[in-house]
Design a protein around this ligand. Structure first.
Ligand code: ADP
Ligand code: MG
Length: 147
């Protein structure tokens, strides 16, 4: 059996280019307090489950890293929740149970190829999270505890 790892905290403002430039909103979390857990896991794309107090538990696909395409100087944690919310949820407590790793972070020669890869990652995550070995972590107590 796999052992999910957990990150949580209030959704913070990112660089404001997730939804605007890519059509892919990412609910950023602060990396403060997570340097140990982040150093144990390589940069790249992960999948798992995301819990929000008012909006329930949903599939997510997440980038952890430096976003080489945008030349970030700080590591970011950026989950894309695979659900249509219809409104923003900045400041809400977000809990993540990360269950799998898709690929390392890579650079892309064009925005189009970056977006295409992210949609591939999304489809992979959607399908993987339906498999029994990953699906039952939707009930991970961390996702909804004291939210
Ligand atoms: P920022 O750079 O501030 O993170 P984004 O363009 O990445 O802005 O948009 C992310 C914000 O959009 C989230 O903080 C959240 O409030 C909102 N949002 C709406 N739907 C989603 C979703 N499906 N997944 C992630 N964030 C979403
Ligand atoms: Mg974002």
């Amino acid at each position: 059996p796999i052992e999910p790892w957990h990150i949580g905290g209030p959704v913070i403002k990112g660089f404001g280019r997730g939804s605007k430039v890519l059509g892919i909103p990412t609910a950023n979390l602060t990396t403060e307090g997570y340097s140990n857990i982040l150093s144990e896991h390589p940069s790249g794309v992960y999948f798992g489950w995301a819990g929000l107090a008012k909006q329930g538990v949903h599939k997510m696909v997440m980038s952890i890293g430096w976003n080489p395409y945008f030349n970030n100087t700080e590591k970011t944690i950026e989950p894309w929740l695979l659900h249509d919310f219809g409104e923003d949820f900045y400041g809400e407590e977000l809990r993540l149970a990360i269950v799998g790793y898709i690929r390392p972070e890579t650079n892309f020669s064009s925005l189009e190829s970056l977006i295409a890869k992210i949609h591939e990652d999304r489809k992979f995550a959607e399908n993987a999270l339906d498999l029994p070995m990953y699906a039952h972590y939707k009930n991970d107590p961390y996702l909804t505890s004291s939210l």
